[in-house]
Design a protein around this ligand. Structure first.
Ligand SMILES: [Cu+2]
Length: 351
């Protein structure tokens, strides 16, 4: 982050621009009630309709594409992604000139099942060359590098590869300068659910991870992409968030039914800072590094750190907790104050 800069300074002008919206925003007044947690959060709300996405909806917005059968009987799952330039509001009154996948930051959370054939039709309607570089297993010519799917404005490329290994992955643009293309918003989660038929020895766990199964429906799943924004292009971040909007989940706590377990697909794409982290208040979680195992790689921890592109799955529950609002945030305190903090609103199933 920028030493000496503060979100308060940025928000001085932001407040002036959005004074009317700010005064009439009931959620802002509700959020003020969290003063005990440290009331130093942004005032008001962003225009989600103008952005075209709402971080609350993004938590469960899985893009599963279109499914068909290949001649050999395998499943083909197809996605369509378009790169486009778009201004997005990442804190009230603070506009960021983003480069996006499908008009949103982060891009769609692509979700497939282990072993499927994936086809991603990528069109570049942006003003710069872009690509989709997937973290997964594929051939060199599908890697999203120059000569392998990095395309100019107006061009189209089709990536095709198998969905392996299962896990919590990501994709991002690999055009140069890389730090600018990633930071501008060109990234998204890429989840490959395990195919239970391939994991008979851990069938119940595999089934619980597979979207659409009854076992999976017993979980509360959310995807969280930790990101940040360099508002003045000095290669340091001024605003931090999960799913792009600073302090969003403070103003709009994430509702959690106490009796159902929680699974978080956590991805770090933060540019310019070496690491980011996730800390859960008043609770502990199991962690699956990269999501590529069905047994936890870390057990009973309350904080995990990730470098850029590192990701994993968190599992926890509040079944023995009393209902209430439980905080989560980066345990780099400065990231927290600059936007990366939120609340789980834990309620009883009947509530
Ligand atoms: Cu790019």
């Amino acid at each position: 982050m920028t030493s000496g800069a503060s979100i308060t300074g940025w928000l001085g002008s932001a407040r002036a621009q959005t004074a009317t919206a700010t005064q009439s925003d009931a959620t802002a007044h509700a959020a003020a009630g969290h003063g005990a947690h440290g009331g130093m959060i942004t005032v008001g709300d962003v225009d989600h309709a103008r952005n075209g996405f709402n971080p609350t909806a993004l938590l469960t917005d899985w893009e599963t594409g279109a499914v068909s059968k290949l001649p050999d009987g395998r499943t083909l799952r197809s996605f369509e992604i378009t790169a486009e330039d778009k201004e997005i509001e990442i804190a009230p009154g603070m506009m960021f000139p983003a480069w996006t996948y499908n008009g949103r930051v982060p891009g769609p959370a692509l979700r497939a099942t282990e072993g499927e054939r994936l086809r991603i039709v990528f069109r570049n309607n942006g003003s710069h060359p872009h690509s989709m570089h997937f973290h997964g297993i594929h051939s060199a010519r599908m890697d999203g590098m120059p000569g392998a799917g990095l395309i100019g404005p107006g061009e189209e490329f089709v990536y095709e590869f198998d969905a392996v290994p299962f896990g919590c992955h990501l994709y991002h643009c690999h055009a140069l300068p890389l730090k600018r293309h990633i930071h501008k918003g060109m990234y998204g989660a890429f989840i490959i659910d395990p195919d239970p038929a391939r994991h008979i020895e851990q069938l119940a766990v595999a089934q619980s991870r597979l979207l659409g199964t009854a076992e999976n429906a017993g979980w509360q799943e959310h995807v969280m992409v930790m990101n940040a924004f360099d508002m003045n292009f000095d290669d340091e971040n001024e605003v931090y968030a999960v799913n792009s909007v600073a302090h969003h989940y403070m103003k709009h706590p994430i509702r959690i039914v106490r009796q159902k377990p929680v699974r978080i697909y956590l991805v770090n794409v933060t540019e310019f800072d070496p690491i980011n982290s996730f800390h859960l208040h008043a609770n502990f979680f199991d962690y699956y590094d990269h999501g590529t195992t069905l047994t936890p790689s870390l057990r009973v921890i309350d904080t995990v750190m990730q470098c850029q592109a590192q990701r994993g799955i968190l599992e926890f529950n509040f079944k023995d907790h009393e209902p209430g609002q439980y905080m989560f945030h980066a345990h780099q305190s400065e990231f927290t104050e600059l936007g990366w903090v939120g609340l789980f609103d834990v309620v009883d199933a009947a509530a």
